[in-house]
Design a protein around this ligand. Sequence first.
Ligand SMILES: *Cc1c(COP(=O)(O)O)cnc(C)c1O
Length: 348
Amino acid sequence: MDFIDLRSDTVTHPTPEMRRAMAEAEVGDDVFGEDPTVNRLQAMAAERMGKEAGLFVASGTMGNLVAVLSHCGRGDEVILGDRAHTFLYEAGGVAALGGVHPHPVPNQTDGTLRAEDVREAIRAEDVHFPRSRLVCLENTHNRCGGVALTAGYTDDMGRLARERGLALHIDGARIFNAAAALDVPAARLVRAADSVCFCLSKALCAPVGSVLCGSQSFIAQARRIRKQAGGGMRQAGILAAAGIVALETMVDRLPEDHANARRLAQGLGQIDGIVLDAGSPFTNMVFFELAPAVKKLEARQVAERLAKQGVRVQAVGPRRFRAVLHYWVDAQSVDRSLEAFRQVLASA
Ligand SMILES: *Cc1c(COP(=O)(O)O)cnc(C)c1O
């Protein structure tokens, strides 16, 4: 990349090793279950998550959609955070395509849902009400600063859901970032969940795809729903090959991204005109704002000026930014980014 791209970890390109593996991948028709590379990726993913089976899907959005539609029928209800990716950023798919009723409860600043709120949201058996079927958590929590949810919290929510006959799904788009931050295996973080979906295409650098994991019977149903959603992908081993390299080479290096996020945050904290969010960063995302003293520029204009210096960041509000660290931004690039921020803010 000829510029430093901090807008998201979705901008990551595949590594040369991934491109080689893609070119050489053994393939078959995956709708017949005959693509050996897809099958291998699914088995590896299931093992990483401590689940019986996995299903390769086109995106995290498709993984969450397929999961919710596999757990819930039309008129059933999913309880999820009011800042959840599935609630905010998936085009209302669970309602539009599945007739599933989303029931948002407040996300706390640490990404959790309060047990009292979830308990209250679960419906009694009554002809007036939708049927509560599913609770969704998100780990790490994107809109809550990339914070990681602990195994203990997730276990408690799993117990709560199970006691009331509900399933638990985890949107684990960045579950390996959570695992790295908490220094526990990803499988431990999702032990209480009936299903989990994680992205290969973010910090793990694969070009396309996510894997949904759960029990054999859940994945059999999910395979049917994926087909309905148009997600039967034939010789998808070309894509899965990159996912295998992602799991083999990209998971253990995530602490580097977290260290670079801290490096960026420390540098930004020393620049007049920038105020870091409390606690940021928790993982690979740094959230910060323009200080009240900055009068001449808004976030969008700062982002435009940074772009001219070869640094791309995302303005996520009139005065607010998000910067995401990943494989293609090293410590030296962090230092160059900080220099660009210093220059732009000196004239703000
Ligand atoms: C990115 C993301 C998704 C969706 O992934 P896509 O592959 O972009 O569809 C789901 N959940 C969270 C928390 C995400 O950050």
